[in-house]
Design a binder for this molecule. Structure first.
Ligand code: ZN
Length: 274
């Protein structure tokens, strides 16, 4: 559920508060949350390290630590990272706590699908191949017309599925693929190779615009996603199709349709999107 804009919001909120803080302690309340290495080794390896930077890659949040260590959070569907005062008690779904000098970082995850990894900078473990093989992010300058066109022009897959492919559009998920296709006027069911050059260009711009606007609005809170202080994001107020099924289109009044593409729910306006 948290996509690029949500994780970027978390990164921006955490960085000024936790940079240069030393990790004092680490408490794992649910062992399977730690995917690499073992929970005990994980805690031993991070305690006494300092946070040198807070970065992000696609939907992964990364704490860069001293001694070339990287702590990687993958929030998956419902992971929430929040910053609490030092005396806050664990909550019902708190799975891991990283204690810093001035804060505690809670990793809450009701469905226990999210994961935390610790690696050295030069390690490339098989378990992280999803992270290591990401494509470019649509908001980056490298994600230009040639990059995008080359990756979709010969593909028979539906365009929606390709927008969700992390090798192509790193960081994009269900919310922003639906919204980008709406603003480009393209039906999600279209076969990628049938998009014209103009449509491809429109979709490229639309992806960049939607993601940047969502970052400016602190992400989309429609289910579990919260900011690090527990508040909602704001981009749910700017959605045109996602979570709008059954409602009239904000442009033309036609009812927004919900369809499954692969295993993913997809929303679109049958009139505005061709
Ligand atoms: Zn419409």
């Amino acid at each position: 559920m948290p996509e690029l804009p949500e994780v970027e919001t978390i990164r921006r909120e955490l960085k000024p508060k936790i940079i240069n803080q030393k990790i004092q302690d680490c408490i794992i309340l649910r062992k399977d949350i730690i995917a690499l290495p073992t929970p005990r080794k994980f805690c031993r390896s991070i305690v006494n390290e300092e946070i040198t930077d807070v970065t992000r890659r696609a939907k992964y949040l990364i704490l860069e630590l001293t001694n070339y260590k990287k702590l990687i959070f993958h929030l998956r569907l419902s992971g929430v990272i929040s910053l609490k005062s030092c005396d806050t008690e664990p909550e019902r779904f708190t799975r891991a706590i990283i204690k810093l000098q001035d804060y505690q970082l809670f990793f809450n995850e009701p469905r226990v699908l999210g994961r935390i990894y610790l690696i050295k900078n030069d390690e490339r473990p098989e378990i992280l191949k999803g992270y290591l093989n990401l494509g470019y992010e649509p908001i980056s300058p490298e994600f230009d017309f040639n990059y995008f066109r080359e990756r979709i022009r010969n593909r028979k897959a539906r365009i929606k599925s390709l927008l969700l492919d992390q090798h192509i559009c790193a960081g994009v998920g269900n919310i922003y693929s639906d919204e980008a296709l709406f603003h480009a006027g393209i039906r999600p069911l279209r076969r990628a190779y049938r998009l014209t050059i103009e449509e491809t260009f429109k979709l490229l711009l639309s992806l960049k615009n939607v993601l940047n606007k969502a970052i400016d609005n602190f992400g989309t809170s429609v289910s579990d996603y919260k900011r690090t202080d527990g508040k909602d994001g704001n981009f749910q107020n700017f959605l045109f199709v996602y979570s709008n099924e059954g409602k009239p289109c904000r442009i033309c009044g036609t009812e927004i349709i919900l369809k499954k593409i692969g295993s993913r729910n997809t929303r679109y306006c049958p009139k505005c999107q061709k």
